[in-house]
Design a protein around this ligand. Structure first.
Ligand SMILES: [Mg+2]
Length: 215
């Protein structure tokens, strides 16, 4: 039976599992970025999550949920450059700030986590949903958990819904033109190619949901 709550040790294992999932998709993420950018997105994501993995492995056993998130965000930001390094770093750190003192992630904490991540991306990147950015996937995941009917609310179910919603939203960015960032200069040439950041976020959500199902 999947876990109904995520403890700090669980969260550390989940982030290591996410790091492995991202590492497996490095070439795919590079190819997505190569179509509409400079082709380094997979490398950046792998390097960032390797730093997260090293950081969570070195944390004290008494670390809380917010401590894991804040330290992971700082590690990701410190190890990577570019817009995605700042965005994902801020998302993790904002989630940490929003869950201060939190001992476990249950359904209400998952809603707080995704909502704080969406707020962090929206304010940092000046993008709106539909602009072909990571925000599209984050927004979809946040909406999926925010609108889960009360009878369906369990952590595995909500994470599974968030994962599916993020995956669909990431693929749907292929039909969008970019309004912000470097890809915005490419106009119609970005059509048919999903946003690499949105795909990365969907991989993160998928790995989280999968870990919960299997542990
Ligand atoms: Mg790039």
């Amino acid at each position: 039976m999947p876990k109904l709550n995520i403890t700090p040790p669980d969260l550390r294992r989940i982030l290591c599992f996410v790091a492995e999932a991202i590492g497996k998709e490095e070439a795919y993420l590079n190819s997505l970025d190569g179509a509409i950018g400079d082709g380094d997105h997979g490398i950046t994501m792998r390097v960032g999550f390797e730093a997260v993995k090293a950081k969570v492995g070195a944390l004290d056993a008494s670390v809380t949920i917010d401590g894991v998130l804040t330290e992971s965000g700082a590690a990701f930001m410190g190890a990577t450059g570019g817009a995605i390094g700042v965005l994902l770093g801020r998302m993790l750190m904002s989630a940490g700030a929003a869950l201060q003192g939190c001992k476990e992630i249950g359904t209400s904490e998952l809603r707080v986590l995704l909502n704080s991540m969406e707020t962090a991306v929206a304010s940092a990147g000046k993008a709106k949903p539909g602009d072909k950015t990571i925000l599209d996937a984050v927004h979809a995941a946040n909406q999926a958990v925010a609108t889960t009917a009360e009878a369906d609310q369990s952590l595995p179910n909500m994470l599974s819904r968030a994962s599916l919603a993020a995956g669909t939203a990431a693929q749907n960015t292929a039909g969008m033109r970019a309004r912000v960032g470097r890809a915005s200069r490419l106009g119609d040439r970005v059509l048919g190619h999903p946003d690499p950041g949105a795909v990365s976020f969907s991989i993160i959500m998928r790995a989280m949901a999968q870990w919960l199902e299997e542990n």
